[in-house]
Design a protein around this ligand. Structure first.
Ligand SMILES: [Mg+2]
Length: 108
């Protein structure tokens, strides 16, 4: 994670993104939606595994860029990650009416 974070922080620095629209979360949300659409196309159109991985990397880069934009450092991300991990590890797995399984926070 540290190497990826530094690489994306370098990218933001190289293109002087600090304080610009590039670090605005609404703008970034649009980029995420665009990349999610590209991933959806790669998956639904049966593109090569390599292309599906590349679209996931685009999303990963943007998510890491969100942390950089928010000024969230590695310690804060690490803490938030493990807090969330503990939650998801305690979730239930259920079989849905569709026959598919899902791990979620099911509410009654
Ligand atoms: Mg893409």
């Amino acid at each position: 994670m540290e190497k990826y974070y530094q690489a994306i922080a370098d990218f933001h620095k190289k293109y002087k993104m600090k304080g610009t629209n590039n670090e605005d979360m609404t703008f970034r949300l649009n980029l995420l939606i665009e990349e999610l659409g590209e991933l959806a196309q790669a998956v639904t159109k049966g593109k090569l595994r390599k292309e599906v991985i590349e679209e996931n990397i685009d999303l990963l880069n943007l998510v890491i860029g969100n942390f950089v934009s928010l000024g969230a450092g590695l310690d804060e991300i690490d803490k938030a990650f493990w807090e969330k991990h503990e939650k998801i590890m305690n979730r239930k797995k259920k079989k849905l009416k569709s026959g598919k399984y899902r791990v979620s926070e099911f509410r009654k």
